[in-house]
Design a protein around this ligand. Structure first.
Ligand SMILES: O=c1ccn([C@@H]2O[C@H](COP(=O)(O)OP(=O)(O)O[C@H]3OC[C@H](O)[C@H](O)[C@H]3O)[C@@H](O)[C@H]2O)c(=O)[nH]1
Ligand code: MN
Length: 359
């Protein structure tokens, strides 16, 4: 009797978004896990360069000319010459879920030496609930071999929908430039077998290297802000998206998880180049974090789009004085939502705010 391999989870409901200025040879290593899925490749930099996609993958590829053709003047909100361009892939996707990965991230091995199917783990993270309102000390209670510990309120054990699954990295950790400069040889060899919900009210540094999310829930908040060419800052695209996303998830009562799965991050980008990109962000973030911690979203913000527009207003009002860049970014946030709604006319996902979420 021929064994039928099971249909990969969410095969027709998930797109894999890859930003690239390089080649896509890394896909060979991911082929067993990625081949059944549709890829959206966002080619950054010179659009006349041909990016070769390995045989056998189902994909669509967009370069800067495509972005300009599709969005017209609204293309101004999509970064150029920065991995932030990947968010264009989120916008043009028609699927319920997104997984985004960098082209220098490879299949890692777990402590038993088994290849880690990072995509499968992200899918499990997204399909199981989160617990943002009360911390479970035995980590993810929905994993096999774990549960809620004594004292965990039964009224909260149903959990809430998971909007984001934030994976980690073995080998080259996602350090900022100063840390990279001080610790050039540091490699992450610690495999921590844990998945945690980031508690409500707590922000976190979201890395776009190994990230999955429920696009129908939180997609409009996943704008990887204005970076790269012509901008005073870089490498804060995913951070900006993570802060906006977490504030909105807290307000709408959705969860954000971090931990497994790991990927193997192979390339350390140049710390001196990174320092030039990051340095303004390193001191601006000392004002940005208190700003996001103080963002109050009104009760009538019942959709991600409404929340996002409200945040953009507060960015302009409160961060415009930090630097004029934030006035530009606030405008770009509005353009992003306009473009999103133009390409995704099905409208917003109205959220029923569950008990325990925003008062
Ligand atoms: O101008 C660019 C530069 C890079 N890319 C693509 O983005 C991916 C990340 O690039 P790279 O691996 O060189 O940078 P890292 O420093 O390792 O990236 C991390 O930190 C910065 C960002 O937050 C990024 O998301 C993190 O992963 C890779 O696929 C490049 O091909 C680009 O599109 N345009
Ligand atoms: Mn990298």
């Amino acid at each position: 009797m021929a064994t039928v391999s099971p249909t990969p989870l969410l095969k027709d409901e998930l797109d894999i978004v890859i930003p690239t200025i390089r080649n896509l040879d890394f896909l060979e290593m991911w082929r067993p896990f990625f081949q059944p899925y549709h890829l959206i490749i966002v080619q950054d930099g010179d659009p006349t360069k041909t990016i070769k996609v390995p045989e056998g993958f189902d994909y669509e590829l967009y370069n800067r000319n495509d972005i300009n053709r599709i969005l017209g003047p609204k293309a101004s909100c999509i970064s150029f010459k920065d991995s932030a361009c990947r968010c264009f892939g989120y916008m043009v996707s028609k699927k319920k879920y997104i997984y985004t990965i960098d082209d220098d991230c490879f299949v890692a091995k777990d402590p038993s030496g088994k290849d880690i199917n990072a995509l499968e783990q992200h899918i499990q993270n997204l399909l199981s609930p989160s617990t943002p309102f009360f911390f479970n000390t035995l980590y993810d209670p929905y994993r096999s071999g774990a549960d809620f510990v004594r004292g965990y309120p039964f009224s909260l054990r149903e959990g809430v929908p998971t909007a984001v699954s934030h994976g980690l990295w073995l080998n080259i950790p996602d350090y900022d430039a100063p840390t990279q400069l001080v610790k050039p040889l540091e490699r992450n060899t610690r495999y921590v077998d844990a998945i945690m919900t980031i508690p409500k009210g707590t922000l976190f540094p979201m890395c776009g290297m190994n990230l999955a999310f429920n696009r129908e829930l939180i997609g409009p908040a996943m704008y990887f802000g204005l970076m790269g060419d012509g901008q005073p800052i870089g490498r804060y695209d995913d951070m900006w998206a993570g802060w906006c996303t977490k504030v909105i998830c807290d307000h709408l009562g959705w969860g954000v998880k971090t931990g497994l799965p790991y990927i193997w991050h192979s390339k350390a980008s140049n710390p001196f180049v990174n320092l030039k990109k990051e340095y303004k962000g390193i001191y601006w973030q000392e004002e940005l974090i208190p700003f996001f911690q103080s963002v109050a979203l009104p009760k009538d913000c019942t959709t991600v789009q409404k929340c996002y527009i409200e945040i953009s207003k507060q960015v302009k009002a409160k961060l415009g004085k930090v630097d004029d860049y934030f006035n530009k970014l606030a405008d770009a946030m509005v353009t992003w939502i306009e473009a999103w709604d133009e390409l995704n006319p099905s409208g917003d996902i109205s959220a029923k705010i569950p008990n325990g979420a925003s008062k």
